[in-house]
Design a protein around this ligand. Structure first.
Ligand code: ADP
Length: 686
C-alpha cells in the first residue's frame, strides 16, 4: 500500500509527498473509519477528503458554507481532470436538473453543496439513488453554537448522517476547534456513534515556530504609532490589523505622514476595489497594508515579515489566523499585539451589537411587519439606520445582523431592486413566534460564547507562560514541547519604549550594525556594512539607507570585527539577522557578552562643557522647530518630539549622532528622520 498512496498523490495531484497528518487521515478513511481533522487554514485539509474520494467507489458529498469558493474548488479539481461539480443557489433550474441527473448516474467523484441543499426535496430524491462513498463536512465548527460562525443549517446534518447507508464514511474538517466545539462536532455529526467505528481525531499543524509572538502594552495612539514605525522600519513588509474601518483610514494617514506608503483595505469596499488592493500588495507595489479582519482570504504572499495588531481582535481563533499570514515562507516573522485595555471595549461593542437582547429582536421584527403592512404591495425599503430609528435600536450593525437572521429563519424575504441602495423587504402573512423565540435563545448563547472567547484572548495577553504553548494548548494541538526561542514571555521585551540597558553606548553601536545588515537584505559583506555606517559607500542605493553615516567614528576594521563577533555569538548568520539578532535590535535582549570596539571607548572622547550655558534659548529654538515640523507633517507636535525629549536635548546638548541616540525618546525612526536637523540646531547654540 505504501507505494500506491504516494503514487496516487502524485498521479492525481502532482504532489511529491504528504503534508503532516494527511496520510494518517487518508488511511483511516480508506480503512472505513470516520475522522475529525483540525488543521490550520492553508495546511491542506481538502486533500484529506479529495484523495480518498478518488480511491473509493461512489460519490463524495462535500458540505461547505462558502458558496463563493465552491466554483474555484471545482475548477481546480476540473483542471486535474477530476469529475467534480457543485450545487447551490447560483445555478439556473435547468443547470441544477442537469447536474442532479449526472449525480444519479454516478458521474461525479466530488459534489460540493451548501448545507441548506439538504432541505431541497429534489436533491434528497436524487441522493437516494446515488451510491455515496463519503460525506465530508468542511468548516465543521459551524455546527457548534460555541464556534465563531454558527449556522443553524449545519444542525440538520445530524439527521442527514443518521439516514446515511452503512459504510458511507464521515469526515469533518475545520481550522478552529476548541474542546467545546470539538465535542459539539462529534456529538451532532454522530462521529463514532450508532454502530460507527471510533473516529480518527487529528489535531495538528498549529505550530508556527518561525513566528515571534509579542504583546506590547501601550497607553496612547502615539505609543502605538511609534512602535509600529519601528517595526515597519525593520521588517518592511507586513499587515497592520485594525478593528474598524475608521481606524484603518486613521492609521493609513498617520503612516503616510511619516513617509510610509501603505494600502488600506476594509470589508465595506466593493469587490473591484478589494481585488485592486490585494493585487497591488501581491505585486509588491506597497510594502504595508492596513486592514480590517476582512483582509487575508486568498492573499498568500509568502514573504510577509510582520503582522501588527493595532487593536485587540475578538478571539484567539481570529488572532492566530491573522498572525498566521506572516512568514509563510518559513523565515522569521514578527507578530506584535499593541494592547491597550481601552480597545477591548470596541470588541465588547461588536458582541453587543451582533447579539441584541430579546426585546430588541421583537421590536425590530414588529417594526418591519408594521412597515410592510402599511407599505405599497406589502413591501418596505429602508436603510439600516432607518430601521434602527423605527425600532428604537442604537446600532445599524444590530439591524443588519438581525435582518440577516430573520431572513435565514424564513421570517422575511429580501430583494435588491436595480438602482436602489437598500433591500426591499416582504414578510410572510403569519408571524412565526417560535422562530423568534429560537432566534432569541440562540443569540443569548452566542453572546455568552463570544464573551468567553474574548476572555480567552485576554488570558493570552496576560499569559505567564510561553505564548506558543498557550496557543497550541488552546487549539488542542499536542505537538511535542520544544524550547521557545520566540515569544516575549520566554524572552521578555524591554519596557516600552525600549530602554537602553547598562552599557547603552555599546548597545547603540551594535544595534546600528545589525540595523545596517538588516537593511541590506542579504546583499554585500561586512566591509560594505562598515563603509555604509561610516558614510563612505559611494553608490546612491547605499547613501539612501537610513543607516548611512550613522557610525562614523570606529575604524572600518573595528566594525567588521564587531560583525564577526556578532556572528560568533549567534546574532548574525552571514548577512542575515538571527532571531536573537532581531531581539537585540528591537530592544528585548540584554547587552550581549561580545567584544566591542577597541580604541573607540567613550572615555577617549573629549568631554564638552555641557550645562554651562543656559538651556532656554536652545529649548525655544527646538520647540519652534518641532512646531514647524509638526505642521509640515500634519501631526500633533508631541509625535514629532515629546516635550520631555526636547527638554532632555536642551539639557544634554548632544554634539554627535551617538549622543543624540542616547536621549530617551529618540528611537531609531526619530533618529533617521530628525537627527540631522536637531544636531544642526544644537550646534548653533554650542
Ligand atoms: P485548507 O483547506 O487546509 O485551508 P487547502 O486544502 O486549500 O488548505 O490546501 C492549501 C494548499 O496546499 C492548496 O494549494 C493545496 O493544493 C496545497 N497542498 C495540499 N496538500 C499538499 C501536499 N501534500 N503537497 C503540496 N501541496 C499541497
Amino acid at each position: 500500500m505504501e507505494g500506491t498512496l504516494q503514487d496516487a498523490l502524485r498521479r492525481h495531484f502532482g504532489f511529491g509527498a504528504f503534508r503532516p497528518g494527511q496520510e494518517r487521515v487518508v488511511r483511516a478513511v480508506l480503512e472505513g473509519r470516520d475522522a475529525l481533522v483540525v488543521m490550520p487554514t492553508g495546511s491542506g485539509k481538502s486533500l484529506c477528503f479529495q484523495l480518498p474520494a478518488l480511491l473509493m467507489p461512489g460519490t463524495t458529498l462535500v458540505v461547505s458554507p462558502l458558496i463563493a469558493l465552491m466554483k474555484d474548488q471545482v475548477d481546480a479539481l476540473a483542471a486535474r481532470r477530476i469529475p467534480a461539480t457543485f450545487l447551490n443557489s447560483s445555478l439556473t433550474a435547468d443547470e441544477s436538473a442537469r447536474r442532479l441527473a449526472q449525480l444519479r448516474m454516478g458521474h461525479y467523484k466530488l459534489v460540493y453543496v451548501a448545507p441548506e441543499r439538504f432541505r431541497n426535496p429534489r436533491f434528497l430524491e436524487a441522493l437516494r439513488e446515488t451510491p455515496l462513498a463519503m460525506l465530508a463536512v468542511d468548516e465543521a465548527h459551524c455546527i457548534s453554537s460555541w464556534g465563531h460562525d454558527f449556522r443553524p443549517d449545519y444542525l440538520h446534518l445530524g439527521e442527514v448522517v443518521a439516514a446515511l447507508p452503512p459504510g458511507v464514511r464521515l469526515l469533518a474538517v475545520t481550522a478552529t476547534a476548541t474542546d467545546a466545539v470539538r465535542e459539539d462536532i462529534v456529538r451532532h455529526l454522530r462521529l463514532g456513534q450508532g454502530g460507527r467505528a471510533e473516529p480518527e481525531v487529528l489535531v495538528t499543524g498549529f505550530e508556527r515556530p518561525n513566528l515571534s509572538l509579542n504583546v506590547t502594552r501601550v497607553r496612547t495612539h502615539g505609543e502605538k504609532l511609534e512602535r509600529l514605525l519601528q517595526i515597519i522600519e525593520f521588517f518592511r513588509t507586513g499587515v497592520v490589523y485594525c478593528a474598524t474601518r475608521r481606524m484603518v483610514e486613521r492609521v493609513q494617514e498617520l503612516l503616510a505622514a511619516h513617509g510610509v506608503r501603505a494600502l488600506a483595505y476594509n470589508g465595506a469596499m466593493d469587490d473591484a476595489e478589494r481585488t485592486r488592493v490585494q493585487d497591488a500588495f501581491m505585486r509588491r507595489e506597497a510594502p504595508v497594508v492596513v486592514a480590517t479582519n476582512a483582509f487575508g482570504m486568498g492573499v498568500d504572499r509568502p514573504d510577509i515579515r510582520f503582522v501588527v495588531h493595532w487593536d485587540v481582535p475578538g478571539s484567539l481563533e481570529a488572532y492566530y489566523q491573522e498572525v498566521g499570514r506572516a512568514g509563510r515562507d518559513g523565515a522569521y516573522a514578527w507578530c506584535e499585539l499593541l494592547f491597550n485595555y481601552a480597545d477591548v471595549r470596541t470588541q465588547e461593542f461588536f458582541i453587543e451589537s451582533a447579539n441584541p437582547p430579546a426585546e430588541h429582536v421583537y421590536e425590530l421584527y414588529a417594526a418591519i411587519r408594521n412597515a410592510c403592512a402599511q407599505g405599497e404591495n406589502g413591501e418596505a425599503t429602508l436603510p439600516p439606520e432607518g430601521w434602527a430609528e423605527r425600532a428604537g435600536l442604537k446600532s445599524p450593525l444590530t439591524v443588519r445582523a438581525l435582518i440577516a437572521l430573520f431572513e435565514r429563519n424564513g421570517l422575511l424575504t429580501r430583494v435588491r431592486r436595480v438602482g436602489s441602495p437598500h433591500s426591499t423587504i416582504t414578510v410572510p402573512k403569519e408571524g412565526d413566534l417560535p422562530a423568534l423565540e429560537r432566534i432569541c435563545s440562540a443569540l443569548a448563547r452566542k453572546e455568552a460564547a463570544e464573551r468567553d472567547r474574548l476572555r480567552d484572548l485576554l488570558d493570552y495577553v496576560d499569559a505567564r507562560g510561553c505564548r506558543h504553548r498557550f496557543l497550541l494548548a488552546y487549539f488542542g494541538d499536542h505537538a511535542p514541547a520544544r524550547a521557545c526561542t520566540k515569544c516575549d514571555v520566554c524572552h521578555p521585551l524591554a519596557a516600552f519604549p525600549p530602554r537602553l540597558p547598562a552599557d547603552p553606548e555599546r548597545l547603540v553601536r551594535l544595534r546600528k550594525i545589525l540595523s545596517c545588515v538588516a537593511r541590506l537584505h542579504g546583499r554585500g559583506d561586512y566591509a560594505l556594512v562598515a563603509a555604509i555606517l561610516r558614510g563612505e559607500a559611494e553608490a546612491p542605493q547605499w547613501r539612501a539607507l537610513s543607516t548611512f553615516g550613522i557610525l562614523p567614528e570606529p575604524p572600518a576594521e573595528a566594525i567588521a570585527r564587531a560583525c564577526e563577533a556578532l556572528e560568533m555569538d549567534g546574532y548574525l548568520s552571514g548577512m542575515a539577522l538571527t532571531p536573537a539578532g532581531y531581539d537585540l535590535v528591537l530592544g528585548r535582549a540584554p547587552v550581549p557578552p561580545i567584544a566591542t570596539f577597541a580604541g573607540a571607548a567613550p572615555a577617549d572622547k573629549p568631554k564638552r562643557a555641557a550645562a554651562a550655558r543656559p538651556a532656554t534659548g536652545l529649548a525655544t529654538a527646538l520647540r519652534t522647530w518641532v512646531r514647524q515640523e509638526a505642521e509640515r507633517r500634519g501631526l500633533p507636535a508631541y509625535m514629532v518630539l515629546h516635550s520631555r525629549t526636547v527638554a532632555a536635548i536642551a539639557r544634554k546638548r548632544p554634539g554627535t549622532f551617538e549622543e543624540l541616540a542616547l536621549i530617551q525618546g529618540m528611537g531609531e525612526v526619530k533618529l533617521a528622520k530628525y537627527a540631522e536637523a536637531i544636531l544642526e540646531i544644537v550646534s548653533r547654540y554650542a
